[in-house]
Design a protein around this ligand. Structure first.
Ligand code: CTP
Length: 400
């Protein structure tokens, strides 16, 4: 099951560390090679001797080892691993990971690791629920780290709530699932547009829209997690993604987005246009702030370039093109018309019928319509799960 896989197990200071003896044994039993790093406080909960005996490898506890004070190469450890599993993840280690602190071997290895990082938090219920902890989890998740949610139950404090580390069997299953999910898009390059565009009226005003960029960013994350190299061209948004396979380019206007897409599209195998690009832009942009007076103000607008349509006419046979549509009436017929006119492989139709779907929400409800006219309808889901449905459709078409 895990034959040939190298698992680096990082253990931080939590009572749940006692479960890592069982976890190490399960990994080894499943065929993995296991190396273990303990933080200084983890050693109060479990001994290096227990873990070195079970893992059949030396256990690392500090930057230097042995009588001669030999240096432990954290970069090598980070590069050795296929998966870095940090279990239990304490609130303190989590906060240091989120802020880039490297004051022990586990943290320095975390900063050097290029492999997927999987964490299993363990802490008291109030610590887990605290906004600081939740923010830190969001931060490391934005780095591409995968979080195994803690269970609910009785905690070491005697309190009952969420914070119990996932059981060793659940952690092993999670790693196995990751391996089975695989990386179908390895070697593929993906261009994704996201967010709104801002069309300047004068130096302080613009015409924009409520797109948050969440859908495009979620897609970028899924595609990168599945091995693709992603070029994410985004309009103005607060969102950020840190992932070694994602290159983000921020733009403002539809014209800027057009230029960046034109610079990049030829090298891409997959093109996903999720941005809410302005269809019109002011003909003239005033150099000075426009002053009000008693007259009506008329701003003349001109059509922007339709990036998606242009890609449809330029795309080569090996490129797969995906567009989005937001319709309020004759939804499927309008989306199908766009699919044909813009020469798309499939179109993602956003519904405005569900009040929790669309602009600004964390959830979305879509239908996917492909060239063959096949329509697949999905439930309202978190945008990260909608992104998985879209990525699966691409996988199916490309037979990867
Ligand atoms: N799009 C684009 N460039 C534009 C406008 C839109 O690339 N200048 C892309 C969007 O990223 C999206 C799709 O085209 O993938 C939306 O198509 P569009 O025809 O603009 O649909 P709507 O915005 O819904 O507009 P309308 O219904 O008014 O035609």
């Amino acid at each position: 099951m895990l034959e040939g896989k190298k698992i680096l197990l990082g253990i931080s200071g939590s009572i749940a560390a006692y479960k890592t003896a069982a976890l190490t044994r399960l990994f080894v039993k499943a065929g993995a090679e296991v190396k273990v790093i303990l933080t200084p406080s983890a050693q109060s909960f479990i001994t290096p001797l227990t873990l070195s005996t079970l893992s059949k490898n030396p256990v690392y506890t500090s930057f230097t080892e042995g009588d001669m004070g030999e240096w432990v190469n954290h970069v090598e450890l980070g590069l050795w691993a296929d998966y870095f599993v940090i279990a239990p993840l304490s609130a303190s280690t989590l906060s240091k990971m989120a802020s880039g602190n490297s004051d022990n071997l586990l943290l320095a290895t975390y900063l050097s690791a290029r492999c997927p990082v999987i964490v299993a938090p363990a802490m008291d219920l109030d610590m887990f629920a605290h906004p600081a902890t939740q923010n830190n989890l969001k931060t490391i998740s934005s780095f591409g780290n995968l979080i195994i949610a803690p269970n609910s139950g009785e905690l070491a404090s005697g309190l009952i709530g969420t914070g119990r580390m996932a059981e060793p069997e659940e952690i092993v299953d999670f790693v196995l699932n990751q391996i089975q999910l695989g990386k179908p898009f390895i070697g593929k390059k993906v261009l994704i547009t996201a967010g709104p565009t801002y069309e300047a009226i004068d130096p302080v005003r613009f015409i924009g829209n409520h797109s948050s960029g969440k859908m495009g960013f979620a897609l970028a994350k899924v595609m990168a997690n599945w091995g693709a190299e992603v070029f994410l061209i985004s309009g103005p948004t607060e969102l950020k993604l840190q992932h070694h396979l994602i290159n983000t380019i921020y733009v403002k206007s539809a014209e800027d987005m057009y230029q960046e897409v034109m610079n990049t599209y030829q090298m891409a195998d997959i093109l996903i246009m999720a941005a809410a690009v302005a269809d019109y832009t002011p003909i003239e942009v005033s150099d000075q702030k426009l002053k009000k007076n008693d007259d009506e103000l008329k701003i003349e607008l001109v059509r922007t370039k339709d990036i998606l349509k242009e890609l449809g006419s330029l795309k080569s046979k090996h490129q797969l093109l995906v567009g989005f549509a937001l319709e309020t009436n004759d939804e499927q017929a309008n989306a199908m018309k766009k699919l044909k006119e813009k020469n798309l492989d499939f179109i993602v139709l956003n519904s405005l019928k569900n009040k929790n779907a669309g602009f600004g929400f964390d959830t979305n409800q879509i239908q996917i319509i492909d060239r063959g006219g096949e329509i697949t309808s999905f439930d309202v889901k978190l945008k990260q799960d909608v992104a998985l449905d879209i990525a699966n459709k691409i996988k199916q078409i490309l037979h990867v």
